[in-house]
Design a protein around this ligand. Structure first.
Ligand code: SF4
Ligand code: SF4
Length: 431
């Protein structure tokens, strides 16, 4: 542990803490824009500077490790002036009409500028004049260069969280530009539209086309107070208005570490209000062969009557109940309960035993349990080799696929044994 003094408070913090981590751990606020825990600490925005006694320059809190005896000031006049200057410079290349911006009210840059009373830039930036055209060929995401503050969160998120390296830092003349893959040739890029970059963006420069009507919150997942309309479901947060689910974002959960795939982020909720959904029970009219709407009582009575008729005519073992593995435990429990008590038979099963019978038997024999043996997060830590047998996580479990890419990037060997998709996952993971 290191002993430091921050804003007059004597603190003890772990040796490997940065000044920012020490501050956050002790409820001392230091603003950040480019910083993203575990992902980005390039210190390019310079709004997290602090004053350390004995140091001539103001160090950035996000990547300066604490040292024994440090005396740190997070709100001195020098610090405030430096932060204001950093914001002034950032705004020089940033579109400055917040009221016309879709991210008005949820933009991290706007919040920090408000906190420090910086409304406009006194400099005339020139990057935004040459790089202003919006890119929007991707069906789910778009990029507005005039809102971009070059914080590189998106670049680092795509590289380290999604493992795709689809966003690059390019050059236009003397300027660096964020080369987001949403231009005319998006389909030929490595982008898989997971949207993790847009979720990391602090300004709305990278934006989601779906669910835009509700908050696009940048920053570290879990860093925000949730508005009252938010419901938690597993490792996602679902924003909803009335009964319409309208936006999703990942939470820091052990299995996902704040990641989502394109299906989870953009495809898993719009069907709720689809006009194709059956919302009433339908009973087929034998005479016409057509379905007609029925009430729940009528439909359930009919089904129960038919089951009991079969039981009476052919005995309990003529009936069976088969539950879907995607159903919650409670629903599956109810199915077997109904089969055993109402039908009077033990003919009940779950589809996990069909598609996973080989792996369940193999796991039980070798490891003693036919179930997952490790938390998914273990894949990315202290793993020398991953042996994938008959599995294509890139296609079937993309969020686990992202974590396998991370492991491979960290030096883990990957061996794929799969008669169907031998080439595909290898190709994707080796890109
Ligand atoms: S959507 Fe996903 S893959 Fe595409 S650029 Fe963003 S983080 Fe990378
Ligand atoms: S697009 Fe957003 S996340 Fe990427 S560099 Fe610009 S402001 Fe930062």
């Amino acid at each position: 542990m290191k002993n430091i003094i921050m804003d007059g408070k004597a603190l003890q913090v772990p040796d490997d803490y940065t000044i920012l981590a020490a501050a956050r751990h002790n409820d001392i606020e230091i603003p950040t824009l480019c910083y993203l825990k575990h992902v980005s600490h390039v210190a390019s925005c310079r709004v997290c500077v602090v004053e350390v006694e004995g140091m001539e320059k103001l160090p950035t809190a996000c990547n300066t490790i604490v040292e024994e005896g440090m005396v740190i000031h997070t709100q001195s006049d020098r610090v405030i002036a430096s932060r204001k200057m950093a914001l002034n410079l950032l705004l020089s290349n940033h579109h400055q009409d917040c009221f016309s911006c879709a991210s008005n009210g949820v933009c991290e840059l706007q919040k920090v500028c408000n906190d420090y009373g910086v409304a406009h830039s006194t400099f005339d930036g020139s990057r935004y004049k040459i790089e202003s055209e919006e890119k929007n060929s991707n069906p789910f995401l778009g990029y507005r260069p005039t809102l971009c503050i070059h914080c590189h969160r998106c670049v680092n998120t795509c590289a380290k969280v999604s493992g795709r390296n689809a966003i690059k830092v390019g050059k236009t003349g003397m300027f660096n530009v964020i080369d987001a893959p949403f231009g005319p040739d998006w389909e030929s890029t490595k982008c898989e539209s997971c949207g993790n970059c847009a979720e990391a963006c602090p300004t709305g420069a990278l934006y989601k086309k779906r669910g835009q009507e509700l908050p696009q919150l940048g920053g570290a997942p879990g860093a925000y107070d949730l508005p009252p309309t938010v419901r938690w479901a597993a490792s996602m947060t679902c924003w909803s208005r009335a009964i319409r689910s309208s936006a999703l974002r990942a939470q820091t959960a052990p299995a996902t570490h704040g990641r989502l795939c394109v299906k989870g982020r953009f495809g898993s909720y719009k069907f709720v209000m689809s006009g194709d959904r059956i919302t009433d029970p339908l009973i087929k009219d034998k005479a016409t062969g057509k379905f007609r709407k029925a009430g729940w009582d009528e439909a359930l009575d009919l089904v129960a009557r038919k089951f009991m008729q079969l039981k009476k005519e052919y005995g309990p073992d003529s009936l069976a109940g088969f539950a879907c593995s995607r159903s919650p435990n409670e629903d599956i429990y109810m199915v077997q309960k109904m089969v055993r008590t109402c039908f009077g038979t033990n003919n009940t099963d779950n589809c996990a035993r069909v598609c996973h019978s080989a792996s369940v038997a193999g796991l039980a024999k070798t490891l003693g349990s036919g179930a997952m043996t490790n938390p998914i997060g273990d894949i990315t830590k202290d793993v020398d080799c991953i042996l994938l047998v008959g599995s294509n996580p890139e296609e079937a479990h993309p969020v686990i696929g992202m974590q396998i890419r991370e492991a491979v990037r960290n030096g883990c060997k990957l061996i794929v044994v799969d008669p169907v998709t031998l080439i595909w996952p290898l190709r994707r993971m080796c890109i």
